[in-house]
Design a binder for this molecule. Structure first.
Ligand SMILES: Cc1cc2nc3c(=O)[nH]c(=O)nc-3n(C[C@H](O)[C@H](O)[C@H](O)COP(=O)(O)OP(=O)(O)OC[C@H]3O[C@@H](n4cnc5c(N)ncnc54)[C@H](O)[C@@H]3O)c2cc1C
Length: 417
């Protein structure tokens, strides 16, 4: 990266999720002018429906040797954390092959270290944005628990625990009685747990994102309700973003459209293996007092998170593409498991499904385009996009400033595939 003198730029950011808005905020800190484009800003996207954890401990990729060993059983067992829609398999196959390739032990160690490096800066790059948006009341620090139904579950997780520790992530193994001391309302069907003492969570991610968006506007930025249809270079220092019925121009463009970023990158000439891991949540209004912190349940792959307005059960993975309607079986699985874990719960009040933007190696793309150096990519954050939004925005703004990024981001390059 060249060290060019920083000159304020007109930057168009495609996508107003956490990654797009955090990028806009970091760019404004550096003096750039930002326009964020989104067809449905602050509605029901992944930024709304996530599990609310600021998961600075989550450096383990989805694909590991253990995932691969369990894959047939995971995919064909309706109660497993991961499911696949058979009709989507032909389209998913190239992604799955890359997923398998990235799941080899030495690749997992590498990915764990690279995500660990990014996560080590995630908190310090997100907190200033939350403070600037006056959103600190929407963050709680009370740790996060992850529970296993059996001792065998914890034994299977040992390679992941070791990979976390090798990357400086604090994790404590808990016994059954230590867990019930922390969460007395939970039905004690668990045997062992992991305790991430330093973790924080959000009490309402959508409210926080709206406040961050308001801060972008208060600082002179624009949020345009429209859909980006294409990106075209029209002169040496001007890019045009085609919207529906109109177009806008800028000097730089950041593609931060989450799971919908693939087509936009392709227009610039980068074919990237972005797909989606669809997730679900159920909301139990007024039940937030049942838990003190987010609690993950490993057997089904979801978190129960106490929020301002209720308890949210969010997670599981369905590989089915971007046009898949909500799968009632996934929702029923979460509801049934919730009844077992917290029998005192009444029925849930609302349901949601949404799309994680997922790369097969579980690492985001934080990169300049390989074809047009005025276009930047900030997508593919999978399970940890809220957590990584601040550091992604900071790194993109450093690149647009013409500075050498404050950490080595080669692993997140668009050229790695
Ligand atoms: C069930 C579930 C639980 C999760 N739990 C957590 C968690 O606890 N912690 C965590 O850190 N992460 C979590 N995640 C992941 C996190 O939600 C995502 O990684 C994150 O929201 C991705 O942010 P984003 O800004 O890249 O994309 P999104 O939030 O998907 O936002 C992308 C935006 O781009 C817009 N867009 C799409 N196409 C266009 C276009 N053509 N033009 C303009 N705009 C466009 C969309 O409308 C959308 O607003 C979870 C996800 C799910 C599904």
């Amino acid at each position: 990266m060249n060290e060019l003198p920083s000159k304020p730029q007109d930057v168009i950011i495609i996508g107003a999720g956490f990654v797009g808005i955090a990028t806009a905020m970091w760019l404004q800190k550096s003096g750039h002018k930002v326009t964020v484009v989104d067809p449905e800003p602050f509605a029901q996207g992944a930024y709304f429906g996530n599990a609310c954890t600021i998961a600075t401990y989550a450096n383990i990729p989805v694909g590991t040797p253990s995932t691969m060993k369990q894959l047939p059983q995971l995919l064909f067992n309706a109660n497993s954390p991961l499911s696949i829609n058979g009709t989507y398999l032909p389209w998913l196959l190239p992604w799955l092959l890359r997923f398998a390739w990235a799941s080899r032990p030495h690749k997992v160690a590498y990915i764990g270290s690279q995500l660990g490096m990014l996560l080590s800066q995630a908190h310090s790059a997100l907190v200033p944005l939350i403070e600037a948006a006056q959103g600190s009341d929407l963050v709680k620090k009370n740790g996060t628990l992850y529970l296993y139904a059996s001792e065998a579950g914890l034994v299977k997780a040992q390679p992941d625990i070791a990979l976390r520790r090798r990357n400086g992530i604090a994790v404590t193994e808990l016994t059954k009685s230590e867990i019930s001391d922390l969460e007395p309302h939970l039905n004690p069907i668990y045997e062992r747990g992991l305790w991430f003492e330093n973790a924080q969570h959000l009490l309402n991610p959508l409210d926080l994102l709206k406040r961050m968006g308001a801060s972008v506007v208060a600082n002179g930025g624009q949020i345009v309700t429209n859909k980006a249809m294409g990106i075209k270079r029209i002169s040496i220092d001007t890019l045009r973003v085609q919207l529906q019925d109109t177009s806008i121009q800028g000097q730089k463009v950041v593609v931060a459209a989450g799971a919908w970023s693939k087509g936009l990158a392709q227009q610039v000439g980068d074919t990237l293996p972005l797909d989606t891991e669809q997730g679900y949540h159920l909301m139990y209004k007024g039940a937030e007092q049942l838990l003190n912190r987010p609690v993950g349940w490993a057997d089904v792959g979801f978190y129960m998170t106490p929020m301002n307005e209720g308890l949210r059960a969010a997670g599981t993975v369905e590989l089915a593409g971007l046009n898949n309607a909500a799968n009632p079986k996934r929702l029923q699985l979460i509801a049934k498991t919730m009844k077992t874990l917290l029998p005192q719960l009444k029925s849930h009040d609302s349901e949601w499904t949404g799309f994680r933007p997922s790369m097969p190696d579980s690492m985001p793309v934080i990169s300049q385009s390989s074809k047009d150096t005025g276009v930047y990519y900030a997508f593919g954050h999978g399970h940890i996009g809220v957590t990584l939004s601040g550091i992604t925005g900071k790194l993109i703004s450093e690149m647009i400033d013409g500075k050498t990024p404050s950490m080595d981001i080669a692993a997140f390059s668009a050229q790695r595939f």
